[in-house]
Design a protein around this ligand. Structure first.
Ligand SMILES: *[C@@H]1O[C@H](CO)[C@@H](O)[C@H](O)[C@H]1NC(C)=O
Ligand SMILES: *[C@@H]1O[C@H](CO)[C@@H](O)[C@H](O)[C@H]1NC(C)=O
Ligand SMILES: *[C@@H]1O[C@H](CO)[C@@H](O)[C@H](O)[C@H]1NC(C)=O
Ligand SMILES: *[C@@H]1O[C@H](CO)[C@@H](O)[C@H](O)[C@H]1NC(C)=O
Ligand SMILES: *[C@@H]1O[C@H](CO)[C@@H](O)[C@H](O)[C@H]1NC(C)=O
Length: 372
């Protein structure tokens, strides 16, 4: 190849300039006129690659900076769940626990009999049984009585939920959660965990998590004060850990309970899902006065923007659910249980009734506002 071009050079007209030395007779690499077909192909390929890199870079850069417009929505109150009729708004789940818990979820009659759900004019309590021991009939040798309730009414995008939480459950073997989902269409209709943790949480924290079907990621720009955990919300990745965000050490358990709890606000809108946690002394006055305006609250504790997740299609028909599971696939996992507790989770649940006296939710009012 090189020889042929060299010969061609010699056969051409005499150069108009004086040839200084033999080296200059070789075609210079930058002399495009002398490039062969292969060189042209290589150059074309390099240019194409550069263009692709630039385009991908621009697109990725735009994606990285993309952020939804959470501009102010105007909300009006649609539902209040409170007072002595609190539990009337819920169904009691009594089936086999889908999370493999060492638990027997009871119906409303048994719950009333064991005082596991109790509503007064000011608050509603949902607890794990502490009366059944090794020596009673029934005993807890196949799991302890507890409650899982699910609101009859379901909600989709365009709603703001304010949950007044007075006390969060704690104790070895417990797996409490305040969440929203459409359990009969899971994960297609999504799951939003507003409060959730396991076992002894004096040092641990609240986890706020989404679970979805495929095509929902939080590996995007977010504005939140909580700490991001895994970013795929999809049920088949990370062993269904979901895309979680943790609050600080006082966001659940002793720290949260000792200040009288507080308010959890969850806004479900097409632009994203945001969750704020306010301890009681810092609940914004617009929440207390019944005219909540999330645009005035500052950065959320957890922010799940719609950048790489279509919130409207991934989340619909959400029931409000509160439960206290026992052991099961998270709290009861050997390594997880051993982090804060000793012995066996199931032995604790079966034989240590008095260890569950702090295993209760106490809720004030739940208020649901709808965007106009
Ligand atoms: C049931 O639980 C509530 C809330 O903890 C308590 O105030 C009430 O005294 C209990 N009732 C009985 C019969 O134990
Ligand atoms: C628990 O109750 C079951 C069913 O009544 C009984 O068969 C079992 O022996 C009991 N276990 C203990 C440890 O008393
Ligand atoms: C995940 O969800 C799909 C439906 O979207 C379901 O078929 C599958 O069984 C689920 N897998 C797990 C591990 O939950
Ligand atoms: C939500 O529930 C309504 C009423 O049951 C039903 O018609 C609708 O198809 C459900 N939507 C989804 C996405 O499942
Ligand atoms: C019962 O539970 C408490 C609190 O977790 C624990 O300190 C105690 O050791 C347990 N008792 C037995 C007999 O396991």
């Amino acid at each position: 190849m090189a020889d042929r071009t060299k010969n061609a050079f010699h056969m051409g007209p005499p150069p108009a300039y004086k040839v200084e030395d033999e080296d200059t007779l070789s075609p210079r690499w930058y002399d495009a006129k002398r490039w062969g077909k292969k060189v042209w192909i290589a150059v074309g390929a390099i240019i194409a690659i550069i263009i692709i890199i630039v385009v991908v870079g621009v697109v990725e850069g735009e994606k990285k900076n993309a952020y939804p417009d959470y501009s102010k929505l105007s909300y009006s109150l649609t539902d209040t769940i409170s007072g002595t009729s609190f539990f009337d708004e819920f169904d009691y789940y009594t089936g086999y626990d889908p999370s493999s818990g060492f638990v027997h979820y009871v119906d409303s009659t048994v719950a009333a009999q064991y005082n596991l759900t109790y509503a007064s004019s000011s608050s509603a309590v949902l607890r794990v049984d502490t009366s059944v021991t090794e020596d009673t009939v029934p005993n807890a040798s196949t799991g302890r009585f507890s409650v899982r309730i699910s609101s009859k009414k379901q909600y989709s995008v365009g709603n703001l939920f304010i949950f007044d939480v007075v006390h969060t459950p704690i104790g070895c073997g417990t797996w409490p959660a305040l969440w929203l989902s459409d359990p009969s269409n899971w994960p297609l209709n999504g799951e939003i965990d507003v409060m959730e943790t396991v076992n002894v949480v004096s040092s641990a924290a609240n986890q706020m998590t989404l679970h979805t079907s495929s095509g929902c990621s939080m590996g995007v720009k977010r504005k939140e004060t909580g700490k991001q955990l895994t970013t795929s919300c999809v049920n088949t990745t990370d062993s269904n850990a979901g895309c979680g965000v943790t609050g600080d050490s006082t966001s659940f358990g002793t720290g949260f309970n000792s200040v009288g709890g507080g308010a959890m606000a969850m806004e479900l809108r097409t632009e994203g899902i945001r969750i704020w946690q306010f301890v009681r002394a810092s609940i914004p006055s617009d929440i207390t006065s019944g005219t909540p305006d999330p645009s005035s609250w500052g950065e959320a504790t957890a922010d799940f923007p719609n950048t790489d997740c279509n919130i409207g299609t991934h989340f619909s028909n959400q029931s409000i659910i509160a439960n206290i599971d026992l052991c099961g696939s998270w709290a009861g996992a050997t390594s997880v249980y051993a982090e804060t507790c000793s012995g066996s989770c199931e032995t604790q649940v079966a034989n240590n009734a008095t260890a569950f006296t702090d295993a209760y939710w106490e809720f004030g009012k739940f208020s649901i506002y709808t965007a106009s």
